[in-house]
Write a protein that binds this ligand. Structure first.
Ligand SMILES: NC(=O)c1ccc[n+]([C@@H]2O[C@H](COP(=O)([O-])OP(=O)(O)OC[C@H]3O[C@@H](n4cnc5c(N)ncnc54)[C@H](O)[C@@H]3O)[C@@H](O)[C@H]2O)c1
Length: 254
C-alpha cells in the first residue's frame, strides 16, 4: 500500500485527488496538509507536514507556491519522494526543485494530464518533421475565471516545439497591433476565455493546401488527479532525479 501525504487537501484539486485515491487500489491518503486544517475527509489534516508523526511514502502537492520551501525541506529530511503539481512557481523555486531532486526523486509538471503530455510528444515529432514548410499556431481555451494568459501549458508546448526544431522560434501573442505577414519562424499563441471550459489546447500546422491539427480537450479536473497519482506510483523507488510526464510517456513507449 502506498501512503500519501496530500498537500492542499482542502482545495479544489485536493478534493478531486482525495476522491481519485479513494477509488484507486493500493494507494491511500494518510494525512492532509492545508493552511486551513479542517478535516473534510476520513484522514487527519495538519497545517504543517511536521505535525504528522506517522509513516508515508510520497507527498502529492496541489496547493500554493508559498508551501514549496517547507515541503521540499520535509521531503529532504524524510528522504520522501514528492510530486509537485502546484503551478505559478518563481524561477528561484524551480531552482530549489532542481537542487532537491539531486537528493530525492521529485516529479514536477505544470500539467499532470497524460493526454496533454502525449500531445506535447506528438507535437514535437510533427514540428521536427514539418518545420521547413508549415506555419505553427497554438490556440488554448479556458474558463472565464482564469487570470493568466496564455496558459502555462500553451507556453510549455511552444517551448517543446522550440526544443524540437533546428532554428530559433519567435512567440507572437498579438497580431492586431502590427500589420505585417507572419514569418515561418513564428509560433502564434492565442488565448480564448469563456464559460466553464476546463482546458483545451490545439496545435495547428498549416502548410500548402493541407492542415494538421493536434488537439487535447480536458473534460474534468480528474485527469490531473489521475496523472498525479500515476506520477506518485512512478517515482516511488526511483533514484533521486527530476522527473516529469515525459518520463512516463517515454516509459510507456519503450
Ligand atoms: N499540475 C497540474 O496539472 C495542475 C492542475 C490543476 C491545478 N494545478 C495547480 O494546483 C494548485 C491548486 O489548485 P486548486 O485549484 O486546488 O487551488 P485551490 O485554491 O482550490 O486550493 C489550494 C489549497 O491550498 C491551500 N493552501 C494555500 N496556501 C497554503 C499554504 N501556505 N500551506 C498549506 N496549504 C495552503 C488552500 O487552503 C487550499 O485548500 C494551483 O497552483 C493550480 O494551478 C496544477
Amino acid at each position: 500500500m502506498i501512503n500519501v501525504i496530500l498537500s492542499g487537501c482542502n482545495g479544489k484539486m485536493g478534493g478531486v485527488v482525495s476522491e481519485t485515491i479513494k477509488h484507486s487500489d493500493g494507494i491511500n491518503i494518510v494525512c492532509g496538509v492545508d493552511i486551513n486544517p479542517t478535516s473534510k475527509s476520513d484522514y487527519p489534516v495538519f497545517s504543517l507536514p511536521e505535525e504528522f508523526k506517522g509513516e508515508a511514502d510520497v507527498i502529492i502537492d496541489f496547493s500554493h507556491p508559498s508551501t514549496l520551501t517547507g515541503l521540499l525541506d520535509y521531503s529532504l529530511r524524510r528522504k520522501m519522494p514528492i510530486v509537485v503539481a502546484t503551478t505559478g512557481l518563481a524561477a528561484d523555486q524551480i531552482s530549489q526543485i532542481k537542487t532537491a531532486s539531486k537528493s530525492v526523486p521529485v516529479f514536477f509538471s505544470a500539467n499532470m494530464s497524460l493526454g496533454v503530455n502525449l500531445l506535447v510528444d506528438l507535437v514535437m515529432r510533427a514540428a521536427k518533421f514539418l518545420e521547413d514548410s508549415f506555419d505553427i499556431e497554438i490556440i488554448e481555451k479556458h474558463h472565464n475565471q482564469k487570470i493568466d494568459a496564455p496558459s502555462g501549458t500553451a507556453l510549455a508546448i511552444a517551448d517543446a516545439i522550440t526544443e524540437a526544431v533546428s532554428k530559433p522560434c519567435e512567440y507572437v501573442y498579438d497580431r492586431h497591433s502590427v500589420r505585417k505577414k507572419r514569418k515561418r519562424s513564428e509560433i502564434g499563441i492565442h488565448a480564448i476565455r469563456g464559460g466553464t471550459i476546463v482546458g483545451e489546447h490545439s496545435v495547428i500546422f498549416a502548410g500548402m493546401d493541407e492542415i494538421i491539427e493536434i488537439k487535447h480537450q480536458a473534460a474534468s479536473k480528474e485527469i490531473f488527479a489521475v496523472g498525479a497519482v500515476r506520477a506518485a506510483r512512478f517515482i516511488i523507488g526511483k533514484p533521486p532525479a527530476l522527473y516529469d510526464m515525459r518520463d512516463i510517456v517515454n516509459s510507456e513507449r519503450s
